[in-house]
Design a protein around this ligand. Structure first.
Ligand code: PEP
Ligand code: MG
Length: 316
């Protein structure tokens, strides 16, 4: 019996009635692949490449980058690997890419794609290394940019990817402006990935690094759920996929709600995968949609949580 539990735990994710929801892992590099596989990840939904660049005065060489990316791609021969280009700045400062001047509000400053546009050689080197790393491998490589604000930035990134030989460019939706105009962005890229950590920070204008503001950094807030629904709806209309890679996807009840709002895959830290897998398997897609509607109809994060949970009886 134990063997079959382990085997079924490693099957593809989905709702009780068979609506597929690929369950992917958030990783920081090849060192995290083992835990992802052990917890049944079908692929990688967020490869945070900053870790390779931390604590050093110069960027890693092209060969060093290529090797790290290849190790991850090789681990998922039948899956997809979504790599995020460097998200430097704000909560992820990198010594060799300092902001241009004194930034009183780093979270609102030069970070993510903004930083890479000022250092095009860093973006080009990273995209080139990714493209070479994927050569001859069967994993599906998707590459996305962090901190994208509008369709012009999305178009810039898609062009940079295609110039480097990367066929599947996407953007993170973590700036409210991008969620509000998701339809415009969907015309430029193949997929979205919702970064609910930053989307919540920016929707609530509360720095995620300030512990005293943690009550505002709650992805159950109906305002955040509205933005998720907008982005997922725009993606569906354009025939694009829309995953979630923020911490929200690792909360079993919220995972069901996100699927009900239209998320097409969920990516999370590896230890969260089994609980989320079980929560989805115990509810139908309709139950997820009803829970999502109930959460959208609430006025506070706490009320949204309670309303959704009341409609998800299979939660542990
Ligand atoms: C996010 O913002 O939700 C996200 C997944 O990215 P990070 O936490 O690395 O900023
Ligand atoms: Mg983010």
């Amino acid at each position: 019996a134990r063997a079959s539990i382990i085997a079924s735990a490693a099957g593809p994710g989905g709702t009780k009635d068979g609506h597929p929801v690929p369950l992917l892992a958030n990783i920081g590099g090849p060192q995290d692949v083992e835990a992802a596989v052990a917890n049944g990840a079908e692929g990688v939904g967020l490869y945070r490449t900053e870790f390779l660049f931390l604590d050093r005065a110069t960027p890693p060489s092209a060969a060093e980058q290529e090797e790290a990316y290849r190790k991850v791609l090789e681990a998922f021969p039948k899956g997809k690997v979504v790599v995020r280009t460097l998200d430097a700045g704000a909560d992820k400062p990198l010594a060799f890419l300092p902001p241009p001047g004194d930034e009183p509000n780093p979270a609102l400053g030069e970070r993510g794609l903004r930083m890479l546009r000022r250092h095009p050689e860093v973006l080009e080197a990273q995209l080139g290394a990714l493209s070479r790393a994927a050569e001859g491998l069967t994993a599906r490589l998707e590459v996305m940019a962090p901190m994208v604000t509008d369709a012009e930035e999305a178009a810039f990134f898609a062009r940079a990817c295609r110039d480097a030989g990367i066929a599947h460019p996407g953007v993170m939706i973590e700036v409210p402006a991008a969620a509000l105009r998701a339809r415009d962005l969907a015309a430029e890229v193949e997929f979205f990935s919702l970064g609910t950590n930053d989307l919540t920070q920016y929707a609530c204008a509360a720095d995620r690094q300030i512990g005293g503001l943690a009550h505002l950094q709650d992805p159950w807030r109906p305002a955040v759920l509205d933005l998720v629904a907008l982005a997922a709806g725009a993606a569906a209309e354009a025939g694009r996929s829309c995953g979630v890679c923020g911490e929200a996807g690792g909360d079993p009840a919220l995972a069901c709600v996100l699927v009900g709002l239209g998320a097409t895959s969920l990516s999370m830290s590896a230890p969260s995968l089994p609980l989320v897998r079980a929560a989805l398997a115990r509810h139908t897609f309709d139950q997820c949609r009803e829970a999502a509607q109930a959460a959208l109809g609430a006025r506070t994060a706490q009320a949204a949580r309670e309303a959704a949970r009341a409609l998800l009886p299979g939660l542990a």
